[in-house]
Design a protein around this ligand. Structure first.
Ligand SMILES: NC(=O)C1=CN([C@@H]2O[C@H](COP(=O)(O)OP(=O)(O)OC[C@H]3O[C@@H](n4cnc5c(N)ncnc54)[C@H](OP(=O)(O)O)[C@@H]3O)[C@@H](O)[C@H]2O)C=CC1
Ligand SMILES: O=C(CO)COP(=O)(O)O
Length: 336
């Protein structure tokens, strides 16, 4: 049995912790809110983030991070990107005090604001390497709501440390949930972060009444932009043809369970971004990630027309109709 601490009790942290608890691993989930930790520990529910779900009776919960981490083999961070650095710092202090070594993993999909760092880069900056025996990212097509219902799901675990990836793979795997390992941590992180931007665009198209042709065009040309940014940042192009690339782009760009997709639909109805975020009540990572990615266009001399247009629509007042027209009437070119 592997002992696992999951830091973050939103929809995805709870779904992953629940999967491993069902697999009879020794899992403790940490919430920064005492009430929520109590609800998960005693009632085995997380009504705010996974309404209707009955969590496994083996799942433990606490609001004391040191207690959750005590004796853990794996620590998995699953908070929104904007909270990663703070949680990693807190974890680093605990590991240092205890002189404890762990396999570290995260399942967040974003880039840090201003620094544009990937999640694992923030974690490495906050947790001394001597306490980390391996670092992995959980990525791929996986809506929390569907995972807790037992829908069939395949994900990818990206790590340059095969032993770490395989430990996590074994803890997560069951007949409904199939994790694959891959060695491209950078690509796995970027596939997960960048598809959220395109998913917002996909929701906008549906909100505007367009159909499957439009979605297929956006997702396919969006994948080209994701791959170009990924390669510029050191990812392998092939990764974007796998679960962390096209796989996650399909599920996020087509499913109403995606918060990013739903945000696109809501923006297309004319709601301002602040209202869309407020009403969602959960993280919409793509609206922040896009700010980093538009900067990459200039920094790496890339051509990212979809990303740029979405940025103009979300932040610079361009209408969706104008954005679509701009994209459709660009100079004709070869597909590349
Ligand atoms: N949901 C999904 O299906 C999937 C999500 N992901 C990714 O996982 C990451 C987490 O998303 P998700 O679980 O969905 O997010 P949610 O919005 O569902 O939940 C976020 C959780 O993080 C907590 N939190 C926020 N700030 C802090 C902090 N500073 N310290 C501790 N806890 C904090 C929130 O607490 P509070 O209630 O107090 O705000 C809440 O419990 C994101 O990067 C997302 O892209 C990846 C794959 C699937
Ligand atoms: O990453 C996800 C599914 O793989 C979740 O996407 P959303 O954050 O858009 O809900």
């Amino acid at each position: 049995m592997t002992k696992i601490a999951v830091l973050g009790a939103g929809s995805w942290g709870t779904a992953l912790a629940n999967t491993m608890a069902k697999n009879e691993q020794d899992v403790t989930i940490w919430s920064h809110k005492a009430e929520q930790a109590k609800e998960i520990a005693l009632k085995k529910t997380n009504a705010r983030y996974l309404p209707g779900a009955s969590l496994d009776s083996n799942l433990k919960a606490t609001d004391d991070m040191a207690l959750a981490v005590q004796g853990a083999d794996i620590v998995l961070l699953v908070v929104p990107t904007k909270a990663i650095r703070q949680v990693a710092k807190q974890l680093g202090t605990i590991l240092e005090e205890k002189r404890q070594q762990v396999v570290l993993a995260h399942a967040a999909k974003g880039l840090e604001q201003k620094t544009h760092l990937r999640i694992s880069q923030m974690i490495e900056a906050e947790i001394p390497a001597e306490f980390v025996t391996g670092l992995a990212v959980i990525s791929g097509p996986s809506h929390a709501e569907d995972v807790v219902k037992g829908d069939l799901t395949a994900i990818s675990i990206g790590s340059t440390d095969d032993a770490a990836a395989r430990l996590l793979q074994a803890a997560l795997a069951n007949e409904h949930f199939r994790p694959y390992t891959n060695s491209d941590l950078v690509g796995s992180e970027l596939g997960g972060a960048l598809k959220n931007i395109i998913a917002i665009g996909s929701g906008m198209l549906i909100g505007k009444g367009y159909g499957a042709n439009a979605q297929a065009a956006l997702l396919t040309r969006g994948l080209v932009e994701i791959r170009e940014v990924g390669k510029a940042l050191g990812a392998e192009g092939e990764t974007f043809l796998g679960l962390a690339g096209i796989g996650d782009l399909i599920v996020t760009g087509m499913s109403p369970n995606s918060r990013n997709y739903r945000a696109g639909v809501a923006l297309a109805s004319g709601k301002p971004l602040a209202q869309v975020e407020e009403e969602m009540g959960m993280v919409i990572e793509g609206v922040n990630t896009i700010k980093a990615v538009v900067d990459f266009e200039e920094e790496f001399d890339l051509d990212l027309p979809i990303t740029r247009t979405l940025y103009q629509v979300i932040y610079e007042g361009k209408t969706i109709d104008q954005g679509i027209n701009d994209l459709m009437t660009r100079p004709l070119k070869a597909e590349d």
